[in-house]
Design a protein around this ligand. Structure first.
Ligand code: GSH
Length: 221
C-alpha cells in the first residue's frame, strides 16, 4: 500500500473528521501541517493540489483527493474491510449522504459564519441571528438523532463529520444538556472510541477556546 499523506491542521473540523476515519480504518498516515493563519494554503504549491485552497487534502500515492466528505468516502471505499462506515446499500447510503450534506451545508456553514467573523474579520461580537441559526442547527441535529447515530443504529463517517464540527461549535455557542439530551448522549457515545481523544478530542475543544480567546483579544484592540 502506498503511503497516505494528509494536508491538515488539528484545529480544522473537516481535517479531524478525516483523522477519525483514518483511525477507524486502522490506516497509517503522514500528516503535513498547513498553517492557515500564516496563509500556507494560498501558496502556489498548495494551490496546485487544491485550487479551492481548503484543507483537508489527501495524497494517495500521487492521487489527490480534496474535500473531507469526498476523502472519507474514498478511504472507506478503497481501504475498509467492510462497508459499515459507508454502506453500499442504496437506502442506508442515502441516509449517510444526507447527514454528510447536513454537516457541510448546515453545521459547518453556520459555524464558519461565526468563527471566520472572529478569526479573520477581527470582530468581537456575534450577531444574535447567527447564534439563532446555530441553535436551530442544534435542534435539527437533536431531532435527527432518533437512533444511536446520525444515520441510523450504526456509526458511520457521517458521525465523524458531524462530531468534528459540533465539538468545536458547542464551545462557542452553548448547548445545554437539558435542551439537547440526544446530542449529549451521542457525543458521550463517540467519546468512548479508543481513538477519539487523539483524533478529535483536543482539537475540537482547542478550536472553540481559540475562537473565544480571539474574540476577547479583538474586543481589546
Ligand atoms: N467542505 C470542505 C470545507 C473545507 C474548509 O473550508 N476547510 C477550511 C479549514 S476548516 C479551510 O481550509 N479554509 C481555508 C479557505 O477556505 O481558504 C471540507 O469538508 O473539506
Amino acid at each position: 500500500m502506498t503511503k497516505l499523506v494528509l494536508y491538515t491542521l488539528h484545529y480544522s473540523p473537516p481535517c479531524r473528521a478525516v483523522e477519525l476515519t483514518v483511525k477507524a480504518l486502522g490506516l497509517e498516515l503522514e500528516q503535513k501541517v498547513v498553517d492557515l493563519l500564516a496563509g500556507a494554503h494560498l501558496k502556489p504549491e498548495f494551490l496546485k493540489l487544491n485550487p479551492q485552497h481548503t484543507i483537508p487534502v489527501l495524497d494517495d500515492g500521487g492521487t489527490i483527493i480534496t474535500e473531507s466528505h469526498a476523502i472519507m468516502i474514498y478511504l472507506v471505499t478503497k481501504y475498509a474491510k467492510n462497508d459499515t462506515l459507508y454502506p453500499k446499500d442504496p437506502v442506508k447510503q442515502a441516509r449517510v449522504n444526507a447527514a454528510l450534506h447536513f454537516e457541510s451545508g448546515v453545521l459547518f456553514a453556520r459555524m464558519r459564519f461565526i468563527f471566520e467573523r472572529i478569526i479573520y474579520f477581527g470582530k468581537s461580537d456575534i450577531p444574535e441571528d447567527r447564534i439563532e441559526y446555530v441553535q436551530k442547527a442544534y435542534r435539527l441535529l437533536e431531532d435527527t438523532l432518533t437512533d444511536n447515530f446520525v444515520a441510523g443504529p450504526h456509526m458511520t463517517i457521517a458521525d465523524f463529520s458531524c462530531i468534528s464540527t459540533i465539538s468545536s461549535l458547542k464551545g462557542v455557542v452553548p448547548m445545554e444538556q437539558s435542551e439537547y439530551p440526544k446530542i449529549h448522549a451521542w457525543i458521550e457515545r463517540l467519546k468512548q472510541l479508543p481513538y477519539y481523544e487523539e483524533a478529535n478530542g483536543g482539537g475540537g475543544d482547542d478550536l472553540g477556546k481559540f475562537v473565544l480567546a480571539k474574540k476577547e483579544e479583538n474586543a481589546k484592540a
